[in-house]
Each structure stands twice: as structure tokens, then as C-alpha cells.
Design a protein around this ligand. Structure first.
Ligand SMILES: Nc1ncnc2c1ncn2[C@@H]1O[C@H](COP(=O)(O)OP(=O)(O)OP(=O)(O)O)[C@@H](O)[C@H]1O
Length: 467
């Protein structure tokens, strides 16, 4: 079964088309304008998009690349009126897979779709051979997947990469993944901690020195740039570089040469630069606190890692992954997790992001001692208090509170999206239980259509089987 998306504003054309797709055994979503279509392609995995040319808010031909850039990189089949055929031919040059003249016959649709799917199958097999080794990067969230798409592009080039994101979001992890998947993997990955570069030692630390080059240079030293030769130089916390350090780094990036202290000649160097910061470097440039020329050298590619609170759908996966890992380190059987445990984690604010999650899991496993299943009461007390207060604040705002008298002023109120997500997830759990996994009954009870219910289940990564 393939996942098909049709983007067309003509309901008379769409309705039988959807019926036909279903008859062929495919899942079919419909959007009546360009931006809704693109939204669906961003949210769901799509194999093939049937894209109309004249849409209410855009010309389909001009937006082919937007669809190709969607996470599942779907194949595009243009559906076109007779007068637009020359444009459709152009579209093939821009990456569309084929075009069909409107109204297409069912046989044409079937054949074109079959060929596109076959082509896609071969392409996926081919891509798999070329796949990144990023098994240690956990997550299926769409924002993370977009970051991984950039990683896939970066490793095929020599461009510099700039990574931003809050503390603990995985900047260091991504930098290493780029190095390990690039053709520079056999050479060194050298980290420069920019928070720790004293002005008077910057040149010596980066470029090295000869013995006797200055007082205290008792031996020859290679410097970090030389260590990173043919490999990757990672400037961690690049926003903390002092003015003189920025100047030294800019020079080596411009000239691809440097001069170790005490040496009269320059030495060539060859490294990929990756830099990372949790600061707003663009703002620092505007305020004159960071060199503009250096900023532009750093950012050939830019990855912004989402904070964990914007990847709540990944908490379950990350939790399972790290529980298995930590239990393995402790030499104990992997502990199970209760649903409440994961739901409590989803409520927390994760200012320290994944690093904080790992630490919370460590404490929970230690607190659980011999118990096989982790429950909310195993969580560190500050996490429990925060989540409890957040739940109470939500209940109070809905008029359900009253019995409890905790001080509410400092409580962070959940954003609507977070609140809806959690409630929707709990609703689905109850629905699955109540309907005993029967789709007809679940649709009847919830008043949601079959396809609507499948969308919801997919969104929450749930299956229609009793818990
Ligand atoms: N997607 C992920 N999958 C699995 N583990 C992750 C992921 N992202 C981050 N981690 C883990 O979270 C911890 C923190 O990640 P990392 O050190 O890369 O964050 P950072 O953004 O560089 O933090 P800082 O800005 O404080 O240096 C590490 O143990 C890392 O392995």
C-alpha cells in the first residue's frame, strides 16, 4: 500500500479519484490548495503527489521543489489541462516524475502510478546503500528529520556547518555524526572549547608553537588546527570567542594557511569547520559583538535543533532508548515504563533538553531499585512537583480544580498545543480500550471518520489494538 496525496481544488475530480486510489489499495489524502497540500506532505509520509497546476493560492509547477523537499521526498505527477502541457513538460525538467492530461483515464492513472512507485522502490533501495550511520540519533519528529536531511546534504560536500539550539539538544552529537559520515571520518574530530580560550594563548593553542617561541614554550606543540588536518575542527560555543580569537579564526578560514608561533613560513591546512552555539549569533552580529565576515564564513549550512518541548512525540522513543542503555550500563534487566510515567515526562518543561532527560532517567532507574516498571513516583521530586502543579493549573483553568491549595503563581501554564496533544493522546487510549480495537466501534463512539481516526492514530504513533 502506498501513501498518495492529491492536491486539486476540483471536488468533482477528486472524489472519484480518491475512491479509485482506495480501490487500488492505497491510502489517499486530499488537499484543495497548495499550502494545505504542502502541510500534509510535511506532516505525513507521502510516496506520490498528484499535483494540479492551477491552484487557488499558487501555481503547482512553481511549487514542485517544495514537495520534493518534504521529508519523504515524494514523486510528483502533474495533473494538467491541455493548455498547460508545455509547462508540464518543463516540470519534468524540474524534477516532476510525469504528467497526466485532465481528465486522465483510470488506466493512465494506474500505469503512471505503478511506474512511479516502482521507480521509488528502486530509489529507496539505492538510497539505503548510501544511508547515514546515525543510529545513535534517536527521534522521528518532523523538525529533527529536517535537520537530518541537512546532515545528509552536508556530508556530501565540504561546506562549513553552523549548528544552533538550546543546551542539551544534541549539537555536539550532530557535529560528530557529520564527521563520522563524511569522507573525513578517518582523520581527527577536534573540539575547540571557545569558552576556554585565553586571549594570550589563542594563537598558540590553535596554531601551535616551536620550542622557545615564547617564554614558557619548553617543547614544540602542534596546535588544534594541525590535529584536525584532513578532519573536522569543531568550534563549540563559538559565540563565546573573544575579538582576537575571532580574528585569528577568520584569517585561517580565508587563507587556508596559518603560521605556528616561532615559524617564519606559513603552513597549509585542510579541515571542515563545524561550529555550534546556543546564543543568537545573528543578533550578536547586529550588535557588533561578533564579526559579520566570520559569521558568513561559518554558515554555509545551518541546522537549528529543536528543543525537546517541541519534540514531545520523541519522548517515548528517547525514554525507551536511554532506559535500555542505562540498565545495560548498570548490568540489570531493562525496566519497563508505565504509561503515566511517559505522560508525566511529556508534561515537564525540559530546559536542559535531552541531557536533562537522560539524567532524570538515571535517577528514576536508581529510585526504582528492584521494581521492574518505572512509575511517576520514581521520578525525581522536582519533576513530580512541576508536573503536578502544571496538571493542577490546567484543571483549574478548566474549572476542575478547587480541592488543592498549592501556590499557583510560579506555575508554568501549558501551551494549548501541548495540552491538546496530551488530552488527545489520553482520549485515544481510552477509545482503543473501550472499542476493544474495533475500528467501526471506535468511529461510532468518537464520531470521527475512519480516515480521520487513522490520521490521529498515526500522529500519536498508536495502533488500534487494545492496550
Ligand atoms: N537525538 C538524540 N538522540 C539520542 N541522544 C541524544 C540526541 N540528542 C542529544 N542526545 C544526547 O543528549 C546529550 C546532550 O547532547 P549534546 O551534548 O550533543 O548537546 P549540546 O546541544 O551540544 O549541548 P551543549 O550546548 O550544552 O553543549 C548527549 O548525551 C547526547 O548523546
Amino acid at each position: 500500500m502506498a501513501s498518495v496525496l492529491i492536491v486539486d481544488d476540483d471536488p468533482i475530480f477528486c472524489a472519484p479519484f480518491v475512491g479509485y486510489m482506495k480501490k487500488l489499495g492505497h491510502q489517499c489524502r486530499v488537499a484543495q490548495n497548495f499550502s494545505d497540500g504542502l502541510g500534509l506532505a510535511q506532516e505525513f509520509y507521502v510516496d506520490v503527489v498528484f499535483l494540479d497546476v492551477i491552484l487557488p493560492d499558487a501555481n503547482g509547477l512553481e511549487g514542485i521543489n517544495n514537495f520534493i523537499d518534504a521529508p519523504s521526498s515524494p514523486e510528483i505527477i502533474i495533473i494538467t489541462g491541455k493548455s498547460e502541457i508545455s509547462g508540464a513538460e518543463m516540470a519534468l525538467k524540474n524534477g516532476a516524475w510525469d504528467y497526466l492530461e485532465k481528465p486522465p483515464s483510470y488506466d493512465d492513472v494506474k500505469l503512471t502510478l505503478k511506474r512511479a512507485l516502482q521507480f521509488r522502490k528502486n530509489k529507496i533501495v539505492f538510497d539505503a546503500q548510501d544511508r547515514l550511520n546515525t543510529d545513535f540519533i534517536i527521534g522521528e519528529n518532523i523538525k529533527l528529520k529536517k535537520c537530518m536531511d541537512i546532515v545528509a546534504k552536508v556530508i556530501k560536500t565540504e561546506g562549513n556547518l553552523f549548528i544552533t539550539g538550546e543546551t542539551g539538544t544534541g549539537k555536539d552529537l550532530i557535529a560528530k555524526a557529520v564527521h563520522e559520515n563524511s569522507k573525513r571520518a578517518a582523520a581527527n574530530f577536534v573540539t575547540v572549547d571557545c569558552t576556554n580560550l585565553p586571549d594570550n594563548l589563542v594563537e598558540s593553542l590553535l596554531f601551535g608553537h616551536l620550542k622557545g617561541a615564547f617564554t614558557g614554550a619548553v617543547t614544540h606543540s602542534d596546535g588544534l588546527v594541525k590535529q584536525a588536518d584532513k578532519g573536522t575542527l569543531f568550534l563549540d560555543e563559538v559565540g563565546d570567542l573573544s575579538g582576537p580569537a575571532q580574528k585569528s579564526i577568520l584569517r585561517v578560514l580565508q587563507n587556508k594557511k596559518y603560521r605556528p608561533l616561532g615559524l617564519k613560513t606559513e603552513v597549509e591546512c585542510d579541515f571542515r569547520l563545524i561550529s555550534a552555539t546556543n546564543r543568537d549569533l545573528r543578533k550578536m552580529v547586529e550588535e557588533g559583538r561578533f564579526r559579520k565576515d566570520l559569521y558568513y564564513r561559518l554558515v554555509t549550512y545551518h541546522i537549528h535543533l529543536p528543543p525537546l518541548r517541541e519534540r514531545l512525540d520523541d519522548i517515548k522513543l528517547l525514554t525507551r532508548h536511554y532506559i535500555a542503555k542505562i540498565c545495560d550500563q548498570f548490568g540489570i534487566h531493562t525496566k519497563d515504563v508505565s504509561r503515566d510515567f511517559v505522560e508525566t515526562l511529556i508534561l515537564y518543561d525540559w530546559k536542559g533538553n535531552i541531557r536533562e532527560l537522560i539524567s532524570v532517567l538515571h535517577s528514576s532507574i536508581a529510585n526504582a531499585m528492584n521494581e521492574h516498571k518505572l512509575n511517576p513516583h520514581h521520578l525525581p521530586v522536582e519533576v513530580r512537583i512541576y508536573c503536578r502543579q502544571k496538571k493542577m493549573a490546567a484543571n483549574k483553568s478548566l474549572g476542575r480544580g478547587g480541592q488543592e491549595n498549592l501556590e499557583m503563581e510560579d506555575v508554568k501554564f501549558p501551551c494549548l498545543k501541548e495540552f491538546r496533544h496530551l488530552n488527545e493522546s489520553q482520549y485515544l487510549d481510552s477509545l482503543i480500550k473501550l472499542s476493544k480495537g474495533n475500528i467501526e466501534r471506535a468511529c461510532h463512539l468518537s464520531g470521527v471518520s475512519r480516515s480521520g481516526l487513522y490520521h490521529l492514530l498515526e500522529k500519536h504513533q498508536k495502533k488500534l489494538k487494545p492496550l
